[in-house]
Design a protein around this ligand. Structure first.
Ligand code: UDX
Length: 441
């Protein structure tokens, strides 16, 4: 089947490459000529393991191409996916739909034959219906269907997530549209991956509800961690104990410095706004947003406490800046709150990240960049593990502590164990929700 994909951002590119790999004929459309040139050259503008190789293979097989020519891309296409950005709108937290509607307007103006218009971008409930209204206004004679098909890709594992989804969610208004979506995803449903077919609003809601629920799970364990610290309970063991209950499950119970990324913060904010708009406020989601901010502040306090009450003129090595490992994405990363607070309070902050440097240099002024954790901690007063990159999971703790002026560690991802850190020469250590040894207050 020929499919056009509007937008070659993270979602559009991953979806386009994977759909091509199913055997479909995919034409990706973008306005950014420089980006298109890069893509045609087999290079990808984002960091996503395995994506470049899969893209190259499908381009070589003649199933995947890139163009700025919308007319050419849609000719003969049975479906057009819209995968443009829906960032948080400045000021009010609503999703900014201007890119979606701009794409739909342009698309509707050039369509002549029946097509299924699929919204892949994360959009508030009701948007797909507005997309349909807009198409009707621009091109009243056109025969078309709209579909909502949210994505659940995790950065760093996007290809695997696309190829082995927990579920495919499809919101439709007609059987005809459902049949096209079933044909597109047949390579997955034939292998037993479930497809939920529902109405447009339900599909849109599933995406927000799932992300808000996962953000709640993470925030729940983060808040539990703070209580564990006061009671000598160990949050990792608590999470294990909870996770064995199949109704709860073990995933997304890793305590840390707060969730970040391109989805959880934006989608929880947008969902909270939707709840307010419909006079059905989502108090749990609103609280999750607040607690997540609070968790980041608590991490700053932890660091200050570890530095004997102030960080002025202290040298702090921060390992990891991206919102999670396996990505170069800095969006809403906890480091963006924590690092500037330390710089603002007069600390000399050194940073290391295997990927974050691409974006973070502009976002984090006043820090010194290092290529390597061992170099960054030389003579430092504190090392902070902020993102659990594999490089930081296998550090030689004795070597680390041996080169520090004052060996102290804030392990905000619970990578190490307090006793191991002390045995390796650290004087003070704190994790999140676990045994810590802190300087006297
Ligand atoms: C998420 C969803 O998982 C995905 O389904 C959705 O479509 C897009 O948003 P992503 O943002 O890539 O994916 O990252 P994810 O792995 O879900 O992590 C989100 C945040 O939660 C990260 O900041 C991560 O560090 C944090 N997290 C996650 C924890 O702190 N503890 C956990 O146990 C799990």
């Amino acid at each position: 089947m020929k499919i056009a994909m509007i937008g070659t951002g993270y979602v559009g590119l991953v979806s386009g490459v994977c759909l091509a790999d199913f055997g479909h004929q995919i034409v990706c459309i973008d306005k950014d000529e420089a980006k298109l040139a890069l893509l045609r050259d087999g290079k990808i503008p984002i960091f996503e393991p395995g994506l470049d190789a899969l893209m190259a293979a499908n381009m070589a097989a003649g199933r995947l191409s890139f163009t700025s020519d919308l007319q050419q891309a849609i000719t003969g296409a049975q479906a057009v996916f819209i995968a443009v950005g829906t960032p948080s709108r400045r000021g009010d937290g609503h999703a900014d739909l201007s890119y979606v509607f701009a794409a739909v307007r342009e698309l509707a103006a050039v369509l002549t034959d029946h097509v299924v218009i699929v919204t892949k971008s994360t959009v508030p409930v009701g948007t797909s219906r507005k997309v349909a209204d807009l198409v009707k206004t621009v091109n009243p004679a056109l025969d078309f269907d709209v579909v909502s098909n949210p994505e659940f890709l995790r950065e760093g594992a996007a290809i695997d997530d696309f190829m082995h989804p927990d579920r495919i969610v499809v919101g439709v208004q007609t059987d005809r549209a459902a049949a096209v979506m079933q044909a597109i995803y047949r390579p997955l449903t034939d292998r037993g991956f479930p497809m939920l077919v529902a109405n447009l609003e339900t599909a849109e809601m599933v995406k927000y509800a799932a992300n808000a629920f996962l953000a709640t799970k993470v925030t729940f364990i983060n808040e539990m961690a703070l209580l564990c610290e006061r009671t000598d309970a160990d949050v990792n063991a608590v999470a294990n104990g909870m996770g064995f209950d199949q109704r709860i499950g073990p995933k997304f119970l890793q305590a840390g410095p707060g969730y970040g990324g391109s989805c959880f913060p934006k989608d929880t904010r947008a969902l909270a706004r939707i709840g307010q708009d419909y006079a059905a406020p989502l108090q749990i989601v609103e609280t999750v947003i607040k607690v997540n901010e609070e968790v980041k502040r608590v991490m700053i306090d932890k660091i200050i406490d570890l530095c004997d009450g102030h960080v002025r003129k202290k040298t702090i090595a921060v390992l990891g800046l991206t919102f999670k490992p396996g990505t170069d994405d800095m969006r809403d990363a906890p480091s963006l709150t924590i690092v500037p607070a330390l710089v603002g309070q007069g600390a000399d902050v050194r940073v290391v990240d295997p990927q974050g440097f691409r974006e973070a240099e502009e976002l984090l002024p006043g820090v010194t960049w290092y290529d390597d954790a061992y170099a960054a901690v030389q003579g430092a007063d504190l090392v902070v593990i902020l993102t659990e990159w594999d490089d930081f999971r296998r550090l030689d703790l004795a070597r680390l502590s041996g080169s520090m002026a004052s060996p102290r560690m804030a392990d905000l991802r619970n990578v190490y164990d307090c006793d191991d850190a002390l045995a390796a020469g650290f004087t003070y250590y704190t994790g999140v929700g676990r045994k810590s040894v802190m300087p006297p207050a």
